[in-house]
Design a protein around this ligand. Structure first.
Ligand SMILES: C[S@@+](CC[C@H](N)C(=O)[O-])C[C@H]1O[C@@H](n2cnc3c(N)ncnc32)[C@H](O)[C@@H]1O
Ligand SMILES: [Zn+2]
Length: 315
């Protein structure tokens, strides 16, 4: 299968990274190598890019895409949570810039064998980005309690019918394990009122997204590692994060805010006594959004938001 993925907010990300041609950059979500390719093409022979992805297929696709930059690129299969350890292997302790383009690639979504979407009925319910992990979407759907399913579908899918969907899943699996994307889609369809099914997007879209986010620990990974990535930046270095979900965007916004103003003193204190000083600043108050044109040309871009943080000036 060909790796097809249209990179989102590509031009905007390159502008905001302010690339130093001799610098060291990290792409923590390499995917098909779209953003990485643009970074590499702006680097001098001294510049370096370390590309990380946890998905085996993405690693292979990116290696092909970036072959012409072989001398500048190092590709590592890992979780971006391990960025510090990955860099230390190359004796790199600080970097000029980091890119994170979160979520799944179109390639992962479209691959019939991966079970990421309701569109491939026969696909086994898998949805693992990293196939070294044992627990699959099938395990999740067949073992989570009704309460847990409800929480996941409501929080990560923001689905109004989460309660009913969770109830239908639990009732269906009493008869037989839920095995395929098609079986799950039918169960969800039956849990949503007919009137609602006729309007809006596909009834299973939100639940599939929610299960994927939970299964891959997507929000925890971001929450647990973003601050450490800021720490890895050189003075003046920048991190660009593209999110596709309101909860992801909130995590990025809050962590940037906390690092811009870490003071924990009570508001009525005349001066700061906690001694926590700003680490850097968020570049835009509001996130950068894709142009109208990009949203028409790439439907995946519709929910994309780019936030940028710059580490405190050069010492
Ligand atoms: C939207 S795609 C990136 C596309 C890429 N920027 C491009 O232009 O081709 C997201 C990629 O991030 C990877 N990914 C998501 N979370 C990850 C994590 N915690 N650690 C490593 N890779 C991750 C996925 O496997 C996927 O390949
Ligand atoms: Zn203070």
């Amino acid at each position: 299968m060909e790796f097809k993925h249209k990179s989102v907010l590509l031009k905007e990300t390159m502008e905001h990274l302010k690339i130093n041609p001799d610098g060291i950059y990290v792409d923590g979500t390499l995917g098909g190598g779209g953003h990485a390719y643009e970074v590499c093409s702006r680097l001098s022979p001294k510049g370096r890019l370390i590309g990380i992805d946890q998905d085996e297929d993405a690693i292979k696709a990116a290696a092909r895409r970036l072959a012409e930059f072989e001398d500048k690129v190092r590709i590592v299969r890992s979780n971006y949570c391990q960025m510090r350890e990955v860099l230390e292997e190359y004796e790199i302790f600080q970097v000029d810039g980091i890119v994170l383009d979160l979520g799944v690639s179109s390639y992962q979504l479209d691959d019939p064998g991966r079970g990421f979407t309701y569109r491939n009925g026969e696909a086994p319910l898998d949805m693992r980005m990293d196939n070294r992990q044992e627990f699959t979407a099938k395990d999740l759907v067949n073992t989570y309690s009704e309460m847990e399913l409800y929480r996941v579908i409501r929080e990560y899918g923001e689905d109004k019918f989460a309660k009913n969907i969770a109830k239908h899943i639990v009732a269906a699996r009493k008869k037989k394990d839920i095995e395929t994307a098609g079986e799950l889609t039918e169960i969800i369809r039956a849990a949503i009122p007919a009137k609602v099914r006729m309007s809006g997007g596909h009834p299973a879209k939100r639940t599939f997204q929610a299960i994927r986010i939970e299964l891959n620990g997507e929000l925890e990974a971001l929450q647990d590692s973003l601050e450490d990535m800021i720490d890895l930046l050189k003075p003046g270095g920048r991190i660009c994060v593209i999110t596709f979900h309101s909860l992801e965007d909130r995590i990025v916004k809050n962590i940037f805010k906390k690092n811009e103003n870490p003071c924990t003193c009570p508001k009525d204190f005349p001066v700061c006594v906690c001694g926590k000083i700003p680490i850097g600043k968020a570049i835009n108050r509001k996130p950068v959004l894709p142009s109208e044109e990009e949203m028409i040309y790439n439907s995946r871009a519709k929910s994309a938001k780019l936030r940028v943080f710059e580490k405190m000036g050069r010492e």
